[in-house]
Ligand binder design. Structure first.
Ligand SMILES: Cc1cc2nc3c(=O)[nH]c(=O)nc-3n(C[C@H](O)[C@H](O)[C@H](O)COP(=O)(O)OP(=O)(O)OC[C@H]3O[C@@H](n4cnc5c(N)ncnc54)[C@H](O)[C@@H]3O)c2cc1C
Length: 464
């Protein structure tokens, strides 16, 4: 076949996982091709130009509880671009109440004597939580994060704190999400400490010791600048990046992988790294059931982001601090979360000047509003209610749809991920990476990609 393109390594998917994998492998292999379906690299770390400025349209920050993203940023020479939020005083809106999110993890407080806990749940629920969290630990096995918090702190902590935060971050009901997949190590740390809040406090303290400050950081210019830096380095090392090249099939014949694209191009390689959303990965392997079956079991959900550049005098004082997470019973509001981006990030505030940038996310419990074409109108209406705006002047609005972009790690998720990892471990020259296995979040995805690629390297060179 004359137009068959050959490479030592094919990486499918140009999100953060695929780019990190290509970078890790570039020291061992001379010819690497990355195939990306869309016309832009970065996947969920996307960008859009609004009111003349390029900003993040998907992920906007990364967790610093582990060092993986920070180390990558450092190795790309971007440390001087690191930024912390200018303010970390996000609120929750429930019904008609608005209250601060206490210090902790996903709304789970690190200290029940923090006055914001009392303000959030009330005196009765607080007294109950103090009693519950002092009881002997009796939880065993896999447990949802909702159940963990309900059992140790009571239902008010689930309804008023955990649910809105988990809804904002994972677009899901906390009763359906495996605690170990959402906050790895929390349940076992709580079992050891005999208290959930003590475990949260310990985990937050060790994250702050690693990096003083808040739980998240970003880059001046936006998280998408990380993608630009990776792409620049990869091309400098001779890695070929092909945009608008969606992989359609992958088959394994005589020790080689064969990949076809939707445009009918054909590629062959000695090593295959699949860094796709799990649904796309499942379709790729068609008849290879030991891969397609676990991949098809990984659940995902849709999210939509609306960016609004607007002017309104009420925003000058950041009425909701850095932003707000919204419960489903909030009257007159459809969004599940909103960020006052120009208040949260100093560089955004400086870039937009008199104009404010607000971000709204939609897709509560996996359901997007019916009329997606009118989403920006909904965002303007939500902006008025949430931020108390009388007559905002909308400079520009943009809607970005993220179908299937957030993983929903339900209580069987870790078992599925284990089955898939064991299957891949039996193959000499295949890695499957990305948030389907690493979980939602840039830091975890980078870590999973790096670990999977180093295991692949061992398997490949051992058997060569
Ligand atoms: C709206 C939103 C906001 C988020 N906010 C944050 C945040 O603030 N902080 C945080 O840490 N995390 C956040 N996340 C999660 C985080 O962005 C993701 O977990 C992470 O970026 C996933 O990276 P990935 O490489 O695994 O997958 P993706 O980013 O999904 O990349 C997969 C790539 O594969 C490509 N592709 C798909 N099909 C094919 C095919 N057939 N052939 C070739 N290529 C294909 C896609 O176009 C995409 O570029 C957010 C996610 C979303 C959607």
């Amino acid at each position: 076949m004359s137009d068959l393109k050959r490479a030592q390594v094919l990486v499918l998917g140009g999100g953060i996982a695929g780019l990190v994998a290509a970078r890790e492998l570039a020291s061992d292999f001379d010819s690497i091709i990355v195939l990306e379906k869309s016309d832009q690299l970065g996947g969920s770390i996307g960008s859009s130009v609004i009111a003349g400025h390029r900003v993040d349209s998907g992920a906007e920050a990364f967790a610093v509880n582990r060092n993986d993203a920070l180390a990558l940023i450092d190795s790309l020479g971007l440390t001087d671009q690191l930024v912390s939020p200018a303010r970390a005083d996000a609120r929750i809106r429930s019904g008609r109440d608005t209250y601060l999110i206490p210090h902790g993890i996903l709304g789970i407080p690190s200290d029940l004597s923090d006055p914001s806990v009392l303000a959030a749940v009330g005196a009765d629920a607080l007294a109950e939580a103090i009693e519950f969290d002092a009881r002997p630990w009796d939880l065993v096995g896999s447990i949802s994060i909702g159940n963990l918090v309900r059992t140790r702190l009571g239902n008010a902590f689930v309804e008023r704190l955990l649910s809105p935060v988990v809804g904002g971050v994972h677009a899901a009901n906390p009763d359906l999400l495996d605690s170990d997949a959402i906050v790895p190590g929390l349940a076992s740390a709580a079992a050891n400490a005999g208290s959930l809040t003590a475990a949260v406090s310990k985990m937050r303290a060790s994250a702050s010791a690693a990096r003083p400050g808040g739980a998240i950081m970003s880059l001046r210019g936006g998280m998408h600048t990380l993608v630009d830096a990776l792409a620049l380095e990869l091309t400098g090392h001779g890695v070929s990046i092909r945009l608008s090249a969606g992989a359609a099939t992958a088959s394994y014949v005589q020790d080689l992988w064969h990949v076809t694209t939707t445009a009918g191009e054909e590629f062959t390689s000695g090593v295959l790294v699949v860094a796709l959303p799990s649904e796309a990965a499942a379709q790729l392997f068609a008849t290879d059931h030991s891969l397609t079956e676990p991949l098809a079991k990984i659940q995902t959900t849709d999210v939509a982001i609306v960016l609004l550049a607007l002017r309104a005098p009420e925003l000058a004082f950041a009425p909701l601090g850095s932003g707000v997470l919204i419960t489903s019973d909030s009257e007159g509001v459809e969004a599940k979360a909103s960020t006052h981006a120009s208040a949260k990030w100093a560089w955004v505030g400086e870039t937009f000047g008199e104009t404010h940038l607000l971000r709204f996310s939609y897709g509560r419990d996996g359901r997007l509003p019916d009329d997606l074409l009118k989403l920006h109108e909904l965002a303007v209406s939500d902006a008025k209610v949430l931020y108390g705006l009388q007559a905002p002047e909308v400079i520009e609005a943009q809607t970005i749809l993220w179908p299937g972009a957030l993983v929903q790690p339900g209580t069987g998720h870790l078992a599925v991920a284990k089955t898939l990892s064991e299957e891949v471990a039996g193959r000499k020259n295949l890695a499957i990476i990305g948030s389907g296995l690493g979980g939602n979040g840039i830091t975890g995805t980078i870590r999973q990609a790096q670990e999977a690629v180093s295991e692949l390297r061992v398997r490949y060179f051992e058997r060569e």
